[in-house]
Design a protein around this ligand. Structure first.
Ligand SMILES: [Zn+2]
Ligand SMILES: [Zn+2]
Length: 235
């Protein structure tokens, strides 16, 4: 039994079986049958990543971004925060199942293929050092690794979270913004013009907005953000 489990884990780690159903695969981490079931967001506003009804809506951008100039050059989140992606993100974040990181990182690599433009550095959303110590790793940094490997872009290492923010879960957008106010700081100066923020999930967008403002105030010309998934709320 234990030997079989070890063999299964080894197969997942070496990418020989689907991380969702265990079927053998040759090239991907997820088999074709599971891939079609993934909760992909078909159309979204390029500037803020908000889901939209059609491709023509996506080309126009959402109403909010048409009314006021968006903070980011682009925001991409290819998946809805729903099963099984939500399960993989929770397994990585709370149960240390780090073999999901390259799978989740692969989603953002595919979503950004050919559309990074002049992005010149990658910034995984920093964890406060105490949270990092407790968890042992930063899930955003793990998710960003495949993108850094594929693009060769440098990671920004001199931005830190100076406030150990209380958990954001269950907070309203306004409370999240207040919770995050001045949460991030750049140590020294930024050595890039166009950083790309990488996060695991966009819930209200408060984290990436707060970090984006800090980067622009520190001298970045533009900023963009990518996350594996986005929480979609009924309006
Ligand atoms: Zn599968
Ligand atoms: Zn928008």
């Amino acid at each position: 039994m234990i030997r079989r489990l070890v063999a299964q884990c080894r197969d997942i780690l070496t990418g020989k079986c689907c991380v969702l159903c265990g079927q053998s695969v040759t090239r991907s981490h997820i088999c074709a049958a599971c891939a079609v079931e993934l909760p992909r967001i078909a159309h979204a506003c390029r500037s803020c990543g908000a889901p939209l009804a059609s491709q023509s809506d996506a080309q126009l951008g959402c109403g909010r971004c048409q009314r006021q100039s968006p903070l980011f050059a682009f925001v991409v989140a290819p998946m809805e925060y729903a099963f099984p992606v939500s399960g993989m993100l929770k397994a990585l974040k709370f149960h240390h199942q780090q073999f999901f990181a390259p799978v989740l990182g692969g989603f953002i690599v595919n979503a950004l293929e050919g559309s990074l433009g002049e992005v010149d550095a990658i910034l995984p959303v920093p964890l406060h050092r105490w949270r990092h110590f407790q968890r042992g790793f930063n899930q955003a940094a793990e998710i960003a690794k495949p993108l850094a490997r594929r693009t060769g872009l440098p990671l920004i290492r001199n931005v830190r979270r100076r406030v150990a923010t209380t958990h954001q879960t269950g907070l309203t957008t306004a409370k999240r913004e207040a919770n995050l106010c001045d949460a991030f700081v750049v140590d020294g100066s930024l050595s890039c013009q166009f950083p790309l923020i990488v996060d695991d999930v966009i819930t209200t967008g408060a984290t990436i907005r707060n970090l984006g403002k800090v980067l622009l105030a520190a001298g970045a010309q533009r900023a963009a953000a990518v996350a594996v998934a986005r929480v979609i709320r009924d309006v």
